[in-house]
Design a binder for this molecule. Structure first.
Ligand SMILES: Cc1cc2nc3c(=O)[nH]c(=O)nc-3n(C[C@H](O)[C@H](O)[C@H](O)COP(=O)(O)OP(=O)(O)OC[C@H]3O[C@@H](n4cnc5c(N)ncnc54)[C@H](O)[C@@H]3O)c2cc1C
Length: 644
């Protein structure tokens, strides 16, 4: 069994019998606890491979230390595939690389008749051994193509959630066959906890933009996780913190945790050719100027460090890999305003998590979850999110200033107002003085699906059109339309002061409780060096190309609310900067024909332009499809030699 927290279990014993003839597969729970756990446990019958849940009691003696991050284990020194990034795209890729092959579930015909006909042609052949071009060519003319322009992403989405926009809740048409002996040795390296961008939202009290089923990964869905960990019914739009816990538990539930190396930052990806030419390799086995023969068989050297028990203990690692998959997402570094004096002041944050991590109501959450799961006699507590030192605010405090008009800024405002903290909000809106400013992505949020964002947008608009003024508004929210930040500094008495300029040019100062600048994030691909960088980045200068989170999130909300037919259908898989061209089926960096012998570098997930989890999964399937043609071939010939 597993725990997703840093709990160390010193001993445990079952206090009720596991039904005979069954093996315990895992205990699905995500809390630190000691004492007696009353919950449910997933067991697998010996005669069947399906899971079922049975009530069980388990006594645990746990010694835990919550102040230390979980120790990161050192990655292996050699793998076939190094996956960088442990978000949904990296997790799904690992599931596939573990030897889980997708087939068509013929017992339940797909509602897309054309797809059903194509998949029925070779029902016993895995989808990754079929012609993806043939399977997907009609999908770019379906309404879903308005949501993603990649054909493989569309295929994976429609197989997981057939017709989900018109008829949600349909069963997945994938049937999975586990053939672990065919799997690829790999390591999934991620800077933070498993879950990627979601791990960062572990303390968020906001709901997802998407519906719960669209967060699913195969074999162990969000609904499976929910029913294993809660006795209440799940809501349509889950809390982001629940999705974060789901992804962390997922890797254990489906048995792929062995490949994951959280707290592992990759600082260098170099082609082996370049490394050897420079006189070094992954294992350091260069003797008398002779090349390391072992390393020469590999495509890349991947280096970085693992954080073990705090920043002070950073242990370097180096591995050789035949192929590298970039699943590093788009939310790496926060953007700064730039040119504002004091933007680095101690009361300024550029991270949403700093603002939403403080929640005085979390004690209530603790109690309600505890009540719903375990008898009150049990010695069990839900982990309390750490309080942010920047946020010890109340309704009586100076207002908190939020800059930005995207979803992150909106989340911060909604959170602060829910705590009774007054908010000042600087945002851009097209006006007669500044007609070039674009509207906030919140404008696309419908009242019925996203009431919280729609309500905030109405407030913003009232300020933008002059219908609301601060003096008359006692709601605790004040909009500063198109205002500009000039300076941030602490006054002599320690108060946090902000100097701003309004749209008419008037300069004024205001004491604030804190400042959140939430204006987007940048992609950071500085770890790609030399040829590896040239393989995939449009130009060296674009290593740190900025990617506006607000624009991405605008797309996210927009895509989920507009009528699909109103968007352009496209046959092109146009990848947003900073990437060079990536093949739409294999997700491999594409270079001019004469240089095709390069080692394989793939880019998948949000990095290649898809924003929803339901679409970022396609890349993993494309990678396996390509690997099967490349490394899978040698596996077949090896098997033939042995057989002969
Ligand atoms: C506030 C917010 C709300 C969202 N809401 C929704 C929603 O409701 N529905 C939805 O479908 N999507 C939503 N998204 C988008 C969703 O998070 C992404 O689509 C998804 O997480 C992308 O998955 P990924 O695996 O491609 O990348 P990510 O989840 O971003 O994971 C990439 C990981 O790679 C790591 N990494 C980067 N560089 C390195 C390196 N050098 N070494 C090691 N690791 C590295 C990063 O730290 C990161 O953890 C939301 C995003 C945000 C920020």
């Amino acid at each position: 069994f597993f725990f997703s927290s840093c709990t160390r279990i010193s001993s445990f014993r079952l206090t009720s019998e596991c039904p005979s003839g069954n093996t315990i597969v895992n205990l699905i729970h995500s809390a630190e606890c000691s004492g007696t756990f009353h919950g449910r446990i997933a067991v697998r019958g010996l005669s069947s491979s399906s899971f079922f849940m049975t009530p069980i009691a388990l006594h645990i003696d746990a010694a835990h230390n919550t102040s230390q991050p979980r120790l990161g284990s050192l990655p292996p020194t050699e793998v076939q595939v190094a996956v960088i990034g442990n978000g949904p795209a990296g997790i799904f890729t690992s599931y596939l690389l573990h030897g889980n092959y997708p087939y068509y579930d013929t017992s339940n015909p797909h509602p897309d008749n054309i797809l059903h006909a194509k998949l029925s042609e070779r029902p016993n052949v895995s989808i990754v051994h079929q012609d993806l071009l043939h399977l997907t060519e009609h999908l770019v003319y379906t309404p879903q193509a308005a949501r993603s322009s990649n054909p493989v992403s569309l295929l994976v989405d429609t197989m997981f959630h057939p017709n989900t926009d018109a008829d949600p809740g349909q069963l997945s048409r994938f049937s999975w066959r586990s053939e672990p002996w065919k799997g690829y040795s790999h390591a999934v390296l991620g800077k933070g906890e498993i879950g990627g961008a979601w791990a960062e939202m572990k303390n968020s009290d906001e709901r997802t933009v998407s519906y719960a089923e669209n967060m699913d990964l195969p074999k162990f869905t969000y609904a499976d996780w929910w029913s294993a960990t809660h006795i209440t019914t799940p809501s349509d739009r889950p809390f982001r913190s629940d999705v974060a816990h789901y992804y962390q538990d997922y890797v254990h539930a489906v048995g792929i945790a062995d490949a994951f190396h959280p707290h592992t930052e990759v600082t260098h990806v170099i082609t082996m050719e370049e490394a050897l030419a420079a006189g070094w390799c992954a294992c350091g086995d260069v003797k008398d100027g002779k090349q390391c023969e072992m390393c020469a068989k590999f495509g890349y050297v991947v280096c970085g460090y693992v954080t073990q028990g705090g920043k002070a203990a950073r242990v370097p690692f180096s591995m050789r890999a035949k192929a590298v998959v970039l699943a590093t997402g788009i939310f790496e570094r926060p953007k700064w305003l730039g040119g504002v004096v004091g933007e680095d002041a101690d009361f300024v944050s550029h991270e949403l998590k700093d603002i939403v991590s403080y929640n005085p109501a979390c004690d209530d959450v603790t109690n309600s979850r505890q009540d719903s799961l375990v008898p009150s006699t049990a010695n069990w507590t839900y982990p309390t999110p750490p309080a942010s030192p920047r946020l010890s605010l109340s309704a009586a405090s100076d207002p908190y200033l939020i800059v930005g008009s995207g979803l992150s800024a909106a989340d911060a405002i909604i959170h602060l107002r829910a705590q009774g903290v007054p908010v000042l909000h600087i945002f851009h809106h097209p006006t007669s003085r500044n007609p070039h400013y674009s509207m906030s992505p919140l404008a696309a949020c419908s009242r019925s699906v996203y009431p919280e964002y729609a309500a905030l947008y109405r407030r913003m608009k009232r300020y933008a059109t002059g219908m609301s003024r601060a003096k008359e508004d006692d709601s605790g929210y004040e909009g500063l339309v198109n205002a500009r930040m000039v300076e941030l500094k602490r006054a002599k008495d320690g108060r946090k002061m902000v100097t701003m300029q309004d749209e008419e040019g008037r300069v004024f100062s205001q004491a604030v409780g804190g400042v959140g600048i939430l204006i987007g994030r940048k992609i950071d691909m500085g770890f790609l060096k030399g040829q590896a960088q040239e393989q995939i980045l449009a130009s060296r200068e674009e290593t740190n190309e900025e990617e506006n989170n607000d624009v991405r999130m605008a797309e996210l909300v927009h895509n989920s609310t507009i009528s699909p037919s109103s968007r352009r259908l496209s046959l092109d898989f146009t990848i947003s900067s900073p990437l060079r061209k990536v093949d739409p089926y294999s997700f491999r960096a594409v270079r001019p024909v004469k240089q095709r012998k390069e080692p394989r570098l793939y880019a998948i997930g949000a990095l290649t332009g898809d924003t929803f989890v339901r679409f970022v999964l396609g890349g993993g399937l494309g990678v396996l499809w390509d690997l099967e043609r490349w490394l899978g071939k040698s596996r077949k010939s090896r098997t033939r030699v042995v057989a002969e």
